[in-house]
Design a protein around this ligand. Structure first.
Ligand code: GSH
Length: 205
């Protein structure tokens, strides 16, 4: 039996969260190493690309969240077998990564500079990505992004949407998604209520 260790920040969210949920859904035990930000600061330069998450599979280190999403997603039956549906799933996974990178460019700013950057982000990239995800959801049939069933794409994109709605991103209106794409807001809520997601958080309680 293989051993798995997933290292990420001590938050219930972010890049590693879909991977944690998928491990749990697959019934695969894994070491869930959770670091504080200062702890990460100390070991940052020892990670391959100076970032988290890092997954160890039988002691072999792997990086890149979407690679992990596909790998663990297959084991959890949360990744399409069909090549076309996998393409759709991947498109949503990669777009969610791009969205994170756009948001991260505003980290570290303060005061008026932060306000200006977040307002520009809201009217620019956030609007573009929200509308884009809405389009992907419509293409998938309105309920899921791919394969007419729950996949890693739903777990990942709904996490991003909940982040936008959370109020933790100062100057990003929490009702932005609801205003621009109500179906996407409804999707995020529905995915949070999916049995495998509920079961994962129950296991954390
Ligand atoms: N392409 C990488 C990006 C990883 C990444 O940027 N992770 C963030 C945390 S979610 C990080 O470690 N940032 C620390 C830093 O840039 O110093 C992936 O998909 O895993």
């Amino acid at each position: 039996m293989s051993s798995y260790k997933l290292t990420y920040f001590d938050i219930d969210g972010g890049r590693a969260e879909p991977v944690r949920i998928a491990f749990h859904a697959a019934g695969i035990e894994f070491e869930d190493e959770r670091l504080t930000f200062p702890e990460f600061g100390k070991m940052r330069s020892s990670t391959r690309f100076n970032s988290l998450p890092v997954l160890e599979v039988d002691g072999v280190v792997v990086t890149q969240t979407n690679a992990m999403c596909r790998y663990v997603g297959r084991m959890a039956d949360l990744y399409p077998d069909d090549a076309r549906e996998a393409l759709y799933c991947d498109e949503a996974l990669e777009a969610a990564e791009d969205l994170s990178h756009r948001i991260v460019t505003t980290f570290g700013l303060e005061g008026e500079a932060l306000k200006a950057a977040r307002e520009k982000l809201t009217d620019g990239w956030l609007t573009i990505f929200i509308k884009g995800f809405d389009e992907l959801l419509k293409r998938g049939g309105g309920k899921y992004f791919a394969d007419k069933r729950l996949t890693m794409a739903d777990l990942k994109v709904s996490g991003s949407i909940r982040w936008l709605q959370s109020g933790t991103l100062d100057h990003v209106p929490t009702d932005l998604v609801q205003r621009l794409a109500p179906a996407l807001a409804e999707h995020a809520q529905r995915i949070a209520e999916e049995p495998i997601v509920v079961a994962y958080y129950a296991s954390r309680a």
